[in-house]
Design a protein around this ligand. Structure first.
Ligand code: BTN
Length: 248
């Protein structure tokens, strides 16, 4: 990829025309000792995975389906910082490639015109209380296609122009690298600030959070220092670590 100007990320790439899921392949590679920044890309996934046990439609040639391996020197309890870091990076990368409004929905969905254009799946393996490796899976719909669910959209539909996937990938990796370096130097605060800027249209809204033990309705109020979502529900602050969020 001659567009790529990174130091660490994407220096080793495994590309597959078709694969079950780039996540699976990245896990295997990481367990076999892949270096930080190693990247798996596929043109098509036959069983792409989404968050919370959903599937991810990944037809040939229509999107960016990739999984990035990171080995941050981090405590497990800070893992969600990297999820938000990935979201803000892709958000800023897309912003730099076009001018239409794009929004972040907690924790890491990117929406255009209220429709999902990108989803991120962060998975990790820990060693006691530390991260051993992390796989950040990014699914970005680039071309419109008839398999996209009705609540989803693509970059090209929104922008009305065509994109070169290699260029978009390079932009995303460069952005993740910058944010990652910033995180190592300055911690979560600057990332959090930019994430919140991208999620402005999300905060203050009425939301419904489907968690493992029930549905919580309330107003999305902000993030806590762990990157968890604060919802004000019937006068009480509720902290949400993992959920499927619907905006009502
Ligand atoms: C979500 O549910 O929003 C997360 C979707 C993540 C999809 C990407 S596509 C590349 C990588 N491989 C997978 O099987 N899933 C992730």
């Amino acid at each position: 990829n001659f567009y790529l100007q990174t130091e660490v990320l994407g220096k080793e790439i495994r590309y597959y025309p078709a694969i079950t899921s780039t996540q699976e392949s990245a896990h295997q590679w990481a367990l076999a000792g892949a270096k930080e920044g190693s990247l798996v890309i596929a043109d098509q996934q036959t069983t792409g995975r989404g968050r919370l046990g959903t599937s991810w439609v990944s037809p040939a040639g229509t999107g960016i389906w990739m999984s990035l391996i990171l080995r941050p020197n981090a405590l497990l309890k800070f893992a969600s910082h990297f999820t938000l870091l990935a979201a803000v990076s892709v958000f800023e990368a897309i912003q730099s490639l076009s001018s239409y409004p794009i929004h972040i929905k907690w924790p890491n969905d990117l929406l255009i015109n209220k429709k999902k254009v990108c989803g991120i799946l962060t998975e990790l393996k820990g060693e006691q209380d530390r991260v051993d490796y992390m796989v950040i899976g990014i699914g970005l719909n680039v071309k419109q296609n008839d398999q996209l669910p009705s609540h989803a959209t693509s970059l090209e539909e929104a922008a009305g122009k065509q994109y070169i996937r290699a260029q978009v990938i390079a932009q995303i990796l460069q952005r993740i690298e910058l944010c990652y370096m910033e995180y190592v130097k300055e911690g979560f605060a600057p990332i959090r600030k930019r994430w919140e800027a991208g999620a402005q249209s999300f905060f203050g809204r009425e939301v419904q959070a489907k968690t493992w033990n029930g549905v919580i309705k309330g107003i999305a109020e902000g993030l806590n220092d762990d990157g968890a979502l604060i919802i004000r529900s019937e006068g009480e602050k509720r902290i949400i670590y993992s959920a499927d969020i619907q905006m009502t």
